[in-house]
Design a protein around this ligand. Structure first.
Ligand code: CA
Length: 430
C-alpha cells in the first residue's frame, strides 16, 4: 500500500471530533491560509471544525519534514512550488499527527494554541495567484450557450471537440469565500436599442466551476506533457465565475469575454489536494473524435465531485428561511480533463508558474436541474426559478447570496468536501 493510500484509508479516524458527514475528516486535510485577530496570515489544515496552525506546529518542531520557511509562509506558493512529493510527505506527517493511534506529539503539546476553532478565524486567498485561465470544458454547457447565443446555427462550434477552449481572465479580482460582490456597471445594448448605454448590469449571473492550482511550473518554451501534467497540479477549489450577461453579450465578439467577467471570481478557501482526491479519480467521458496526439494518453483525471448551487435572497434571510438549492450536478462529466487543460495551455511553450489558477468552465449536466448558470437554468429568463417563499429569480438581485458546495462520496471511501464559495450581491457603485 502506498503512503497516499494509507492517508486515504476510510478506517482512519482523528482524535479530533469530526461530524459523520463533515467536509474535513482526516482523509481530506485541505490546506488554506487563515488569520486570527492580531496575528499574521499563515498556513492551516482543516480538521473537523478546527484548523491546525501549521506554522505554529512547525515552529514547535512537530512538522520537520520539509524546509520550515515553506510551512511558515503567508501563502501556499512555496509549498506547492516544491512539488507533489513534498506535498505527499507533508500529508503523511499531518495525517500521523492527527490520527487516533498515530504520533502523539501534537496531542501531548499544548494543543489549544495549535488547534484553532474554525469559526473564529478569517480565511484568505490560499495563494498569491499569478495568471488565471478559464476553460469552457463542459460539452453540455457549451451546447446550451450555443443554443442561447446563436439560435440559428449549430450550437457547438467546429473547434470545440478538438481544442480545450479557454481565455485568460483577471487574477487580481479573484476573491475568497464571503467577499461581497459589487454589482458591476458596463456597456450594454439591448437588441432593440439604437445605441449602447452605460449602466449597472441587469443580468448578473453565476458560473459553477472547479479550478486547479498549479504546483511546479514549467520552463518557457517547454510544454507540460499530458502524461505528466498531474505532477504539476497541487489541488482543486470551487470557483464562481460571476458573469454580467448583458455586458458580455455586447462585448464578446470578436475577441471573447472581457469586462463582463473580470469584476469578480470567488473561490473556496481550502485547497483539496490531488492526493486527497485520489479515491475519487476516474476516466472521463469518451472523446470523439479522438484528440490529437499531444492531448492523448492522459491519465484518468476526472474527479467524482458532486456540486450544488444554493440561493438565499434578502427576503429569505429576513424570514430566516434556509438557502434553496437551485442546481445539483457533477464534475465527473467534464469533457476535457485537468491534464489535457494544462497540457494544452502550455503546448505553445507558454510559461506557467506556481499559483496559477485554471478554472474548468461552467459545469452543466444534461438536464435542466443540473445546469451551472442562471442563463441556462432560466433559459435566458424565459423560465424563472420559483423559490419556496413565492419569490422568483431570473438573474441575481441586490442582497442575493449564492453558495457553491462540492463533495466526494463513494462506497469504500470516506466522504470529503470542499467547504463553500459564497458571495452576496451589493448594489452598484453610484
Ligand atoms: Ca466561466
Amino acid at each position: 500500500m502506498t503512503a497516499a493510500n494509507l492517508t486515504n484509508d476510510p478506517r482512519l479516524e482523528s482524535w479530533i471530533p469530526v461530524a459523520p458527514n463533515g467536509d474535513f475528516p482526516i482523509q481530506n486535510l485541505p490546506l488554506g491560509i487563515f488569520s486570527r485577530a492580531g496575528s499574521a496570515p499563515r498556513i492551516g489544515v482543516a480538521i473537523g471544525d478546527r484548523i491546525l496552525d501549521v506554522r505554529a506546529a512547525a515552529e514547535a518542531g512537530l512538522v520537520d519534514v520539509c524546509d520550515r520557511p515553506l510551512l511558515c509562509a503567508p501563502t501556499l506558493n512555496g509549498l506547492f512550488g516544491a512539488g507533489r512529493q513534498t506535498q505527499r510527505i507533508l500529508r503523511d506527517r499531518l495525517s500521523a499527527l492527527l490520527r487516533a493511534g498515530g504520533d502523539s506529539a501534537l496531542r501531548e503539546a499544548r494543543t489549544d494554541a495549535l488547534l484553532v476553532p474554525a469559526g473564529g478565524v478569517t480565511m484568505h486567498l490560499p495563494l498569491d495567484i499569478g495568471d488565471y485561465v478559464d476553460f469552457y470544458s463542459s460539452i453540455e454547457h457549451a451546447t446550451n450557450l450555443g443554443k442561447l447565443l446563436r439560435p440559428d446555427s449549430e450550437p457547438l462550434l467546429p473547434n470545440w471537440r478538438w481544442i480545450p477552449i479557454g481565455y485568460h481572465g483577471r487574477s487580481a479580482t479573484v476573491v475568497v469565500d464571503g467577499t461581497p460582490i459589487v454589482r458591476p456597471s458596463g456597456q450594454r445594448k439591448p437588441p432593440s436599442a439604437a445605441k449602447p448605454e452605460f449602466a449597472p448590469t441587469a443580468m448578473l449571473d453565476i458560473e459553477l466551476e472547479m479550478g486547479f492550482f498549479t504546483g511546479r511550473g514549467n520552463q518557457p518554451g517547454r510544454p507540460i506533457r499530458v502524461a505528466h501534467a498531474l505532477e504539476h497540479v497541487a489541488g482543486l477549489v470551487l470557483v464562481n465565475d460571476w458573469s454580467a450577461r448583458d455586458i458580455q453579450a455586447w462585448e464578446y465578439q470578436p475577441l471573447g469575454p472581457f469586462l463582463g467577467k473580470s469584476f469578480a471570481t470567488t473561490i473556496s478557501p481550502w485547497v483539496v489536494t490531488l492526493d486527497a482526491l485520489e479515491p475519487f479519480r476516474l476516466e472521463g467521458p469518451r472523446q470523439e473524435p479522438p484528440p490529437l496526439e499531444y492531448l492523448s494518453g492522459a491519465p484518468a483525471c476526472t474527479y467524482a465531485i458532486d456540486l450544488a448551487v444554493e440561493l438565499q435572497t434578502s427576503q429569505m434571510r429576513a424570514e430566516k428561511a434556509a438557502a434553496f438549492e437551485i442546481s445539483r450536478t457533477t464534475f465527473a462529466r467534464m469533457y476535457w480533463s485537468v491534464a489535457q487543460q494544462l497540457a494544452h495551455a502550455t503546448s505553445n511553450g507558454a510559461l506557467t508558474r506556481t499559483g496559477d489558477l485554471f478554472a474548468s468552465g461552467t459545469i452543466s449536466g444534461p438536464d435542466p436541474g443540473t445546469y451551472g448558470s442562471l442563463i441556462e437554468l432560466t433559459w435566458r429568463g424565459e423560465r424563472p426559478i420559483e423559490l419556496p417563499n413565492g419569490e422568483t429569480r431570473t438573474f441575481l438581485q441586490d442582497g442575493d447570496e449564492v453558495t457553491l458546495r462540492g463533495w466526494c462520496e463513494r462506497r469504500g471511501a470516506r466522504r470529503i468536501g470542499f467547504g463553500a464559495a459564497r458571495g452576496r450581491i451589493v448594489p452598484a457603485e453610484a
